[in-house]
Design a protein around this ligand. Structure first.
Ligand code: NIG
Ligand code: FE
Length: 408
């Protein structure tokens, strides 16, 4: 964004002081606003803002944009996506409608392995084009900071192909992308029945190869029933950390897996899913710097329980929400829908759900210094809504278009 002075902003929403990394418990109840305001963007960052009557002489070296009373929000942050994939899994969607479960589809060799086969037969360029289209949809829906995972390769070359596509997206779009290596998303087909050998491949071949091209920020493991055990997860996280990759974890989607504990033990940036948790996991998370991240789109699409977001907040913990956008368990990248599910299904207030989709989501991918709130020094990336409205209107009228434009 060029140096710009935004004037006549009807309401700025989501203001936080500098230095706030995340919001916990009761802190999530509040979203700070400022009515009738201006905001100055310089060098792509929020330089300053204030009430219109405090705006003295307008700087002459900036463009002026009149928002004519519209509302300005920080862009959404999406800390868990799998948008680099080939084709679709529409047939499995129909299989699910006809009664098969996610686990049954996976056990038949479908699911993630189906996506891995499709990806193997897709060129890097075509994969890039498909992913770029999804990224553009995310941007149009107001998400400007996102994490994207590998994990549909399951062979060294194919995992690298995915991560190189993510790198090209980073180079070509003016958004902030964090990249996660998820080689341990499922056991590759060739390794069926030889799970430990696959874990060796992940640790000894894939991770060093990923690191040598500097392709990832995080290492992730699907630590769950039928996928990877706590011991295997432990090995993979350790191997990743040796190469400077901070852990993120898929845990407790299908069963209480022990994934939260192993993630916290290695100071994971987030532990994700948490559809099934006991109070024990909450206690483990309480004294950690690991963000509990829940994915209500997966609960919605697969008919699973929703994470206990409200209990977490009541217990004084932070909660973040993300889309989990992927072809198998959550084929939507719409963070406004995620915010609505946070309210409707998890009974978060609009303020709590908004904070879970912005500042806490930024923290769940180590981007809280640049995104997630209207704060001096953060990157300029905003949603302009079509009129001033209560925050609750966004999840309440959850299908009525509300974005006038996205400012990058
Ligand atoms: O986060 N749970 C594991 N991975 C994805 C689903 C991947 C897929 O089915 O393609 C998730 O839900
Ligand atoms: Fe996921």
């Amino acid at each position: 964004m060029k140096d710009t002075l935004l004037v006549n902003i009807g309401r700025i929403v989501g203001i936080l002081p500098e230095g706030v990394r995340k919001l916990c418990g009761k802190e999530m109840d509040t979203v700070q606003t400022l009515d009738n305001a201006w905001l100055l963007v310089r060098s792509g960052k929020i330089d300053s803002f204030g009430p219109m009557d405090s705006l003295g002489e307008r700087p002459s070296d900036v463009e002026v944009m009149d928002l004519s009373g519209k509302m300005l929000l920080p862009a959404f942050c999406d800390a868990h996506t799998h948008i680099v994939y080939a084709g679709d899994r529409q047939q499995e969607f129909v299989d699910k409608i006809n009664g098969l479960s996610y686990e049954e589809i996976a056990a038949r060799g479908g699911g993630i392995l189906n996506s891995a086969d499709l990806l193997h037969n897709t060129s890097e360029d075509s994969l890039y084009e498909q992913a770029a289209q999804r990224l553009e949809e995310m941007i149009s829906k107001g998400t400007l900071t996102m994490e994207i995972k590998s994990g549909y390769g399951l062979r060294t070359e194919d995992e690298l192909k995915m991560l190189r596509v993510i790198r090209r997206l980073k180079e070509n779009y003016p958004v902030d992308i964090k990249s996660t290596f998820l080689g341990a998303h499922a056991v590759g087909r060739e390794y069926r029945g030889r799970q430990d050998e696959y874990v060796d491949l992940v640790c000894k071949e894939m991770i060093p190869a990923v690191a040598s091209e500097n392709l990832a920020d995080f290492v992730d493991v699907f630590c769950d029933e039928g996928f990877f055990t706590v011991e295997q997860t432990d090995r993979i996280l350790k191997a990743g950390m040796q190469y400077g990759l901070r852990p993120k974890i898929h845990a407790n989607e299908l069963a209480v897996s022990g994934g939260v504990q192993v993630g916290v033990n290695y100071n994971a940036v987030s532990v994700d899913h948490l559809e099934r948790t006991t109070d024990v996991e909450m206690e483990v998370l309480r004294n950690s710097d690991t963000m509990p991240l829940m994915l209500p789109g997966a609960s919605f699409f697969l008919g699973m329980p929703y994470g206990r977001a409200k209990d977490y907040v009541a217990a004084g913990l932070p909660v973040a929400l993300a889309s989990d956008c992927n072809p198998g368990s959550s084929p939507s990248c719409d963070m406004r829908f995620v915010m609505a599910l946070g309210c409707i299904k998890m009974r978060l207030t609009p303020q709590q759900s908004f904070n879970a989709c912005t500042i806490n989501a930024a923290c769940a991918m180590g981007a809280e210094d640049v995104a997630g709130s209207i704060t001096v020094g953060k990157k300029a990336g905003f949603i302009v809504t079509n009129k001033v409205m209560e925050l609750g209107f966004i999840p309440y009228f959850h299908h009525t278009p509300f974005i006038d434009k996205v400012l990058i």
